[in-house]
Write a protein of this length. Structure first.
Length: 310
C-alpha cells in the first residue's frame, strides 16, 4: 500500500495517517502484510487515555505473528497525532470516539475493502470505540480493563490517593499549563485540557456527563452517543483484573451495561491465577504476559469462548 511509510527502513510497523471529519490529522501504526490475494484478518487496538500507541506494539506483533494485520493509533493531541502546541488545543472524549476512532475505522475499511474488522480496546477505549458509528459493523471486540473512570468506582483502598492525583493535582496542573504535562511527570502522555475536564467531571452515566448541554438538532448529544453503543452487535469479551484500582467490578459493569445488543462474556483474573503478584491496569499489554494472558484475547478473536454469561 503506497500510502504506508515504514517507521524504520524496510521493517514493520508502517506509519499511516488519516483525517477526522473536522480535518484533524490522526496518525498511527500498522502491521501489514503486502500479500495480494491473501485472506486478511484485521484488528484495531484502541488506546487508553493518553497512552501512546507505541505501548501496544508488542501485543500488536503477537497478533501479527498469529495471522492478523494490526493497526493502532494516537488520538488527537497525543503522540503521533499531537500538534505543535497543546495550549488551547480543543479535544474531548467525544472527539476521540465519534471522530478519531471513526476516522481510523473508516480509513482502514477503505484500505481493507470487504475485510471484517475486530477491536481490542483498552480502558477508555472501551467507551470511545462505541461512540464511532462504524463500531456497529465490527466483527468481535475484546475490552481490557475498560471503564470510564467514575471516581466512586475506584477501589476503596486506593480511592483517596487516586482522587488527589487525578481529580486534584491533574486539573490544577492543567489549569496552570493550559494542558496536562503528563510526560514530564511520567504519568501519561501530555494531554489536552478538554480530556482532563471530562475525566475529572465524569459522573455515573457518561451520557449525562459528556457534553451534557450539547444538542444535535433537538436531541441531546449524550442520548445519541448512548444509542450508538446500543447499536454495537459484536460479541464482547471483557477482560479485567482483581488488582486494577480503576477496573473494579462495578466500573467494568458500568460500561458493559450500555452494549445491550452484544453478547457479553466476562473474564476477571486475579494475579494469583497466573502465578503473579500484580497485573494492574496496564499489565496485560506487557510482553511478560504474552504466554499467559494474550492467548485469552486471541482465542476470542479467532471465534472461540463466546458463550454468553448467565
Amino acid at each position: 500500500m503506497s500510502d504506508l511509510v515504514p517507521v524504520a527502513h524496510d521493517s514493520l510497523p508502517y506509519r499511516f495517517r488519516t483525517e477526522a471529519s473536522d480535518g484533524c490529522p490522526i496518525s498511527g501504526l500498522i502491521w501489514h502484510r503486502d500479500e495480494p490475494g491473501r485472506a486478511r484478518k484485521l484488528v484495531v487496538v484502541i488506546p487508553a487515555t493518553s497512552v501512546s500507541c507505541a505501548f501496544y506494539s508488542r501485543f500488536a506483533e503477537y497478533l501479527f505473528s498469529n495471522g492478523y494485520d494490526v493497526a493502532t493509533f494516537d488520538y488527537r493531541g497525543i503522540g503521533l497525532s499531537r500538534p505543535k502546541h497543546l495550549r488551547g488545543f480543543r479535544a474531548d472524549w467525544v472527539d476521540w470516539g465519534a471522530m478519531d476512532v471513526e476516522a481510523v475505522l473508516a480509513h482502514l475499511g477503505t484500505m481493507y475493502p470487504g475485510v471484517d474488522i475486530s477491536i481490542v480496546a483498552h480502558s477508555i477505549g472501551g467507551l470511545t470505540m462505541g461512540m464511532a458509528p462504524s463500531a456497529a459493523k465490527v466483527r468481535r471486540i475484546v475490552t481490557v480493563a475498560a471503564q470510564y473512570a467514575y471516581w466512586r468506582d475506584y477501589h476503596p483502598d486506593h480511592r483517596l490517593a487516586m482522587l488527589l492525583r487525578w481529580h486534584v493535582a491533574m486539573p490544577v496542573l492543567t489549569a496552570l499549563c493550559g494542558y496536562f504535562p503528563g510526560k514530564r511527570l511520567g504519568w501519561l502522555e501530555d494531554t489536552p485540557a478538554g480530556i482532563v475536564w471530562d475525566w475529572t467531571r465524569m459522573g455515573p452515566d457518561f451520557e449525562n456527563s459528556l457534553r451534557k448541554n450539547s444538542y444535535v438538532g433537538i436531541e441531546r448529544e449524550g442520548d445519541l452517543l448512548r444509542a450508538r453503543l446500543a447499536r454495537v452487535t459484536a460479541p464482547i469479551l471483557a477482560i479485567s483484573f482483581e488488582d486494577d484500582p480503576f477496573g473494579t467490578k462495578i466500573a467494568i459493569e458500568r460500561l458493559l451495561r450500555y452494549f445491550t445488543a452484544s453478547v457479553r462474556v466476562r473474564r476477571r483474573i486475579s494475579p494469583g491465577d497466573i502465578g503473579e503478584s500484580a497485573i494492574g491496569h496496564f499489565g496485560f499489554f506487557q510482553k511478560r504476559f504474552a504466554a499467559r494472558l494474550w492467548p485469552i484475547a486471541l482465542e476470542f478473536l479467532n471465534g472461540g469462548n463466546d458463550t454468553p454469561d448467565k
